[in-house]
Design a protein around this ligand. Structure first.
Ligand SMILES: Cc1ncc(COP(=O)(O)O)c(C=O)c1O
Length: 388
């Protein structure tokens, strides 16, 4: 909870005594790296999401990388990725010397525009990577239909989408592999961490093996009484395993996931009410029949009604003590993607225009009623002061 007039950060994690006790117990247990706590987190994550297999790793990026590895992405392949995302979604494609093929976004949800996917499919396309922007699910029925038609895999970037439901079905149980992030700003955190879910046992096994050097099954058990000194390396794998210290935080965070969601929903509702009558502000959409995780609350400025641009609006909020962020600078506007993949700002007009208008407001469970009101007042005052 921020004090009146102090700076309200864009995000603060909600870490309670439960997480602290759990970490201390793990530190005292003598087992710090991947072990029983990671296994417990995986089991509880499967129970919570309804996923068949959950594989814990040390970041959402690692989960995406292992997912693409498991489905066999190779040099020269293409993967469909939205431009309105974080670089992690596309960079993992580049790890394989494959090509992320960018797609524009829907102007309301900022999710991948599913109607633009088919026109970008070629003989090299192997997968589609929908990103559930801010926690609003993508048009999964349409995406799965396209994937079936062209025999493509669907790897969901669900870094923002715990918990999210698409027409009643939990994200984590829909695509071929779904990848979550437990980065500090996410809806639950382990500091750094991630999880991949799938109902395919071979992909789960491959991701598990590749997350720990490509060493044969249950490599982490080799130092336990059940384990053996003997192991075999089957692939040149990675060092992506989650520690038991991090999992100890995650187990407690997962127990609070529904309570955290209820808190974020309450803030989103308060913001909706607080901004609905402002002609300068477009509030975020939640399409009917879908459950939003409210990881982000992104307003869009109606710049034609304001005498200042987005950057100045953010500065004014900062002067009033409100921290904000921008999700995202679309990938095609970054030098790397522009210079190496040949994209330019005109390629994705919806994402380019939305980018100039978006601001992510604070939305996290430790915000007090006062904090919420301060954000509403700051946005209202700034809109009114710079009204055209
Ligand atoms: C859409 C998206 N995908 C992937 C990631 C990567 O997650 P991590 O930071 O856990 O590697 C992030 C993290 O910010 C993200 O926002």
């Amino acid at each position: 909870m921020a004090e009146q007039n102090s700076f309200l950060p864009f995000h603060l994690p909600d870490i309670g005594d439960e997480e602290i006790r759990s970490v201390v117990a793990t530190l005292r247990s003598g087992w710090l790296t991947t072990g029983a706590k990671v296994k417990q987190l995986e089991e509880e994550f499967s129970r919570y999401t309804g996923a068949t297999h959950s594989v814990a790793v040390n970041s959402g990026t690692a989960a995406l990388h292992l997912a693409l590895d498991a489905i066999g992405i190779k040099e020269g392949d293409e993967v469909i990725v939205p431009t309105m995302t974080f670089t992690a979604s596309a960079e993992v494609v580049l790890y394989f010397k494959a090509r992320p093929v960018l797609i524009d976004c829907d102007p309301d949800t900022l999710n991948i525009d599913a109607e633009r996917i088919e026109e970008k499919i070629t003989s090299r396309t192997k997968a589609i990577m929908p990103v559930h922007f801010g926690g609003h699910p993508c048009e999964m029925d349409r995406i799965l239909q396209i994937a079936r038609k062209y025999n493509l895999r669907v790897i969901e970037d669900a870094a923002h989408a715990l918990p999210t439901r698409y027409r009643g079905q939990m994200i984590g149980t829909i695509g071929d592999i779904t990848c979550f992030s437990f980065y500090v700003t996410k809806t639950i955190t382990t500091g750094e961490g991630g999880m991949a879910t799938t109902d395919n046992p071979e992909w789960a096994e491959k991701m598990r093996i590749m997350s720990l050097h490509g060493i044969s099954k249950d490599a982490w058990k080799r130092y336990t009484s059940e384990g053996s000194w003997y192991y075999e390396v089957h692939y040149p794998g990675y060092k992506y395993n989650l520690t038991d210290i991090a999992a100890a935080i995650g187990i407690e965070q997962l127990k609070k996931c529904d309570r955290f969601l209820a808190a974020r929903r309450r803030i989103a509702t308060a913001y909706d009410r607080g901004f609905r009558d402002l002609p300068e502000i477009e509030i975020p959409t939640c399409r009917p029949g879908l459950d939003h995780a409210w990881h982000l609350y992104v307003i869009k400025l109606k710049l034609e009604r304001l005498s200042i641009q987005r950057a100045e609006f953010i500065n004014k909020l900062k002067e009033k003590g409100i921290g904000t962020s921008v999700h995202f600078i679309p990938l095609h506007l970054h030098p790397y993607y522009r210079d190496n993949l040949g994209y330019n700002r005109c390629d994705f007009p919806v994402a380019t225009t939305c980018f100039e208008r978006i601001i992510s407001l604070p939305i996290y469970p430790t915000m007090s009623e006062d904090d919420i009101q301060r954000v509403i007042t700051a946005v209202r005052e700034t809109s009114e002061q710079y009204r055209r």
